[in-house]
Design a protein around this ligand. Structure first.
Ligand code: BEZ
Ligand code: FE
Length: 300
């Protein structure tokens, strides 16, 4: 009985059954001696899972070499503006899983979503309703609302760091430009209100010219993200919130390649005729209005 189970599992291989497990045991014991207990815990679990993975799929040496080459190229194509390994984590669902595990959501608080690779630090500080498109063409979009706490109280002085792609799906970080474009930092007013003026985002493809794109191209998986605007909101005493707002009924909402879409982050972009806008000005052209209340949770 023992013998049959062993032969079935190893598909007829003559490898003695305990040698491979012995390597795992020795490796986990050795790495268990790492001085930092948390690092020891992480590395031991990593070894256990990696070895089990290799056993489960009966990894061949050729497949192992292909994986090492893929990881090497992912590192080589990365620089200070691009991380192919973070992109890999995003498309495999790992980034969003880590977000979910670490942003323990109180009922009523706004959901978090992946940070993504295209945020730029030090965006210009903008007034209520100032235009963060800086002339980039597109349909005018106002995102207005309030920042509140779990009890509905207004949070004044919150910083809303906002960024998005242009109509071609390109972020400033992907372009060779010295000027800030499609990003800005707004501050909520004492009554919690904020007003972002921008242009409507469009859905876009993640970068497909590297090893991640190569892998996705070998599948039928969509490589698009639905139209969205990124926010990182912080206020003293509250947990910083990194999230997106998605346009309701946008393409790819159901198939976001990085698993970022959440029902409470989907908002209607209402079409408005020319006329007065939320910043007290007048628009000569039709514009879009999205209204959203961000709810922050207190620091633990
Ligand atoms: C983004 O939304 O900017 C993004 C997130 C993850 C991977 C690629 C892009
Ligand atoms: Fe994005």
């Amino acid at each position: 009985m023992q013998y049959i189970a062993y032969r079935t599992y190893w598909r007829g291989s003559l490898v003695p059954p305990l040698i491979d497990q012995h390597i795992t045991d020795v490796a986990t014991a050795r790495w268990g001696a790492v001085r930092n207990p948390r690092l020891a815990e992480i590395v031991r679990a990593l070894i256990g899972h990696l070895h089990d993975f290799a056993r489960d799929v009966q990894l061949t040496e050729q497949e192992w070499a292909t994986a090492m080459d893929w990881l090497t190229r992912a590192g080589q194509i990365s620089d200070d503006k691009r991380s192919e390994l973070i992109l890999a984590s995003d498309v495999l669902g790992l980034s969003m899983l880590v977000v979910e595990m670490n942003y323990a959501l109180h009922p009523g608080a706004t959901s978090a979503a992946v940070f993504g690779p295209f945020h730029i630090e030090g965006s210009p500080e903008l007034e209520f309703g100032a235009d963060m498109a800086y002339g980039v063409p597109g349909e005018p979009l106002y995102i207005v609302g309030t920042v509140r706490d779990l009890d509905g109280r207004a949070i004044g002085g919150a910083t809303l760091d906002v960024w998005q792609a242009d109509a071609d799906g390109m972020y400033e970080a992907q372009l060779d430009t010295a000027e800030a474009r499609l990003r800005g930092k707004y501050t909520s007013r004492p009554d919690g209100t904020y007003c972002v003026r921008t242009v409507a985002p469009r859905g876009y493809s993640i970068p497909m010219d590297g090893p991640v794109g190569e892998l996705i191209s070998r599948t039928g998986i969509s490589h698009f993200r639905p139209a969205h605007v990124h926010f990182r909101i912080s206020a003293p005493g509250y947990e910083p919130l990194t999230t997106h707002l998605f346009q309701k009924n946008a393409a790819y909402l159901e198939s976001d390649v990085v698993f970022g879409t959440k029902a409470d982050l989907v908002v209607e972009f209402q079409r408005r005729p020319p006329g007065s806008t939320p910043d007290g000005r007048t628009s000569d052209v039709p514009w879009l209005l999205a209204t959203y209340v961000f709810v922050l949770q207190p620091l633990p």
